[in-house]
Design a protein around this ligand. Structure first.
Ligand code: 6R9
Length: 574
């Protein structure tokens, strides 16, 4: 198989793997936090306020830049601002446990709102800015969100008059409060902030109280609300320390948006719990912009996704020579399979191995990783984090021999494990069908040394450019179009994006297929759901393969598409 690459980093935070894996205890990690003794916990305090009681008070916590803004915030600044926002929420009457959603383009205000929300003990719900009306509605409806922070530009996508639980909307940026605001009260962020005090009482909560709600897609049904609790900080802290290898002088750049779990667990919590400086870059991906960002901010630790690395690879090695990337000392990747080829390319052009690691929205934090202290096997996701037990199980829940493919499962009970699927206990229980084990839905193999190799998803979930898309959501949108009778959506392998979304549709009676209609359907999903969820290919067919019970057989379409054997067709309709 592929070669082994020896560790490169000098003095990594993590001691040698075998030693630490044997002796690790999460209980010891808790001792880094004062709530270990007091029982009074709040993530925002541990991530921000705590550092203002030390010399880190005036250390830059957040470097923010986009095309228009270029700003710095110290830990003290973030403490003051989040206190102000907490006071805004208190003034309008938001209580502990209520859901406060954040629907904005990347900006410092998202981070301030997120921290302020957590300070009052409310549960934060970050939404990706590209969501269109249906996606926004599903999430606000399911969570019964009582408050929303958004911008005037995004407000038209929020059907607030049809969301009875949504009582307050706080608008960030210049804009008018709508004339006809129904039962929802509107506030202007800057005005409220200006009037709010910088002193605020923190709502001390239980370690098992709700912190954040991230919606994610499964293969069936509406998106699921994955609830994480304050206790997750134990895992965020330790994984950021050992996997991200964050040190006092680092400038850490996580390229993920806070609408996705990577953008909060490792774009907010992990680094700040460690007192590190975070860089946030707004705007869209472009190779020049990204390299210029690393050069300008002297980024030292960089966490991104395979799709970005593949696009940078496609942009050519020459481009890299135009920038000074010498500040980089550690690079990481997550979200999709990182091809061994990309690891080798990284070593050639950046002089650094890209460290792949694995986890999911549901797991709240990293569980399997390549550590700076451990040799890398390119193409592998690495080994179990200390305190984590990984097993590859068969359909009965028995461990398969090393090297054989099976279901990637984790011994239940790590600190950042989700605590709920919001209002859906049945879904939650589906993850735990083998007693004591969490079933990830991924297929993998494990080698003799415990390195885990990703083999695919066990379901129909699509991974496109690092974003998880449930086929059902896209299909539901497509069938809303008046021309569409039925729709089936698959992920089609793509060298750059990992997978692209391909939709198969059949039309209503009497309608003719055309190129124009196929284009129109792509736009329909883009505008109605989200750009990243829009199919890049639409194929109009006379009918779709179905089971006798009427379920559309996505796997058959996929096999046809890829020219693979279709497998068992016994349940297929004539
Ligand atoms: C953090 C995050 C989770 C799914 C997961 C798996 C895929 C994540 C991977 C990987 C191959 C890796 N995935 N890391 N596949 N290699 N290193 O991505 O969360 O958006 O919930 O996605 O992503 O299929 O089950 P989320």
């Amino acid at each position: 198989m592929s070669q082994i690459i020896a560790p490169q980093t000098d003095k990594p935070n993590m001691p040698p793997y075998e030693e630490v894996y044997r002796n690790f205890d999460w209980k010891e990690v808790e001792k880094n936090f004062s709530w270990h003794e007091t029982g009074k916990v709040n993530m925002a305090y541990e991530a921000i306020d705590r550092h203002t009681e030390t010399w880190r008070k005036n250390k830059v916590a957040l470097y923010y830049s986009d095309a228009k803004r270029n700003e710095k915030y110290t830990f003290q600044d973030l403490k003051d601002l989040s206190n102000q926002f907490a006071n805004v929420l208190r003034k309008i009457g938001v209580q502990k446990g209520e859901r406060v959603f954040l629907f904005m383009p990347r900006s410092p205000e998202i981070y301030v709102s997120l921290l302020g929300t957590i300070k009052v003990g409310a549960i934060a719900g970050p939404l990706f800015e590209a969501f269109m009306e249906q996606a926004v509605r599903d999430r606000l409806e399911n969570s019964d969100a009582s408050a929303l922070v958004t911008t005037p530009e995004l407000l038209p996508r929020v059907p607030y008059k049809e969301l009875p639980a949504l009582k307050h909307i706080i608008l960030v940026g210049d804009g008018e409060i709508p004339n006809d605001d129904g039962d929802t009260k509107f506030y202007i962020y800057q005005k409220e902030m200006n009037e709010a005090s910088r002193e605020a009482e923190i709502e001390w909560v239980d370690r098992e109280d709700g912190l954040i709600l991230h919606y994610t897609s499964g293969s069936t049904g509406k998106p699921k609300g994955v609830l994480h609790v304050h206790n997750a900080m134990i895992q965020h802290y330790q994984t950021a320390k050992w996997v991200l290898d964050l040190k006092e002088d680092d400038i850490f750049w996580c390229t993920a948006d806070p609408g996705w779990v990577t953008g909060t667990s490792y774009g907010v919590f992990g680094p700040w719990l460690n007192g590190a400086s975070n860089l946030i870059r707004g705007g869209r991906f472009s190779p020049d912009d990204w390299y210029a960002t690393i050069e300008k901010h002297r980024v030292t630790v960089w966490l991104s996704a395979p799709t970005a690395f593949r696009r940078l690879m496609a942009a050519g090695d020459e481009k890299i020579k135009e920038y000074d990337l010498s500040s980089l000392r550690h690079i990481l990747s997550v979200g999709e399979p990182l091809n061994a080829e990309v690891v080798h390319w990284g070593r050639r052009v950046y002089g650094l191995s890209i460290h792949d690691h694995w986890w999911m929205t549901e797991t709240g934090g990293m569980l399997i990783a390549n550590y700076p202290s451990m040799p890398i096997k390119p193409g592998s996701m690495g080994r179990a984090f200390p305190g984590i037990e990984v097993a590859i199980l068969d359909n009965e829940g028995n461990e398969v021999p090393r090297g054989q493919m099976g279901s990637l499962c984790i011994k239940a009970g790590w600190p950042s494990m989700m605590r709920k699927i919001w209002k859906n206990e049945k879904k939650y229980n589906e993850y735990f069908q083998f007693p004591g084990w969490y079933i990830s839905g991924d297929l993998a193999t494990m080698d003799e040394e415990g390195y885990v190799w990703f083999q695919g998803r066990d379901d129909d979930v699509i991974m496109t450019s690092g974003e998880r898309v449930g086929p059902f959501e896209v299909e539901s949108k497509l069938v809303e179009h008046p021309a569409v009778a039925e729709a089936a959506v698959i992920g089609k392998p793509d060298p750059v994006r990992g997978e692209i979304i391909k939709a198969f549709v059949s039309l209503r009676e009497g309608l003719e297929k055309s190129e124009e209609l196929a284009e129109e359907l792509k736009i329909f999903v883009r505008k109605g759901l989200a750009a990243h969820a829009a199919p890049r290919e639409v194929e109009i067919r006379d009918s779709l393969p179905k089971t006798r019970s009427g379920k559309i057989m996505r796997r058959v379409l996929k096999a046809w598409e890829l020219g693979l054997p279709t497998g068992d067709l016994s349940t297929m309709e004539e």
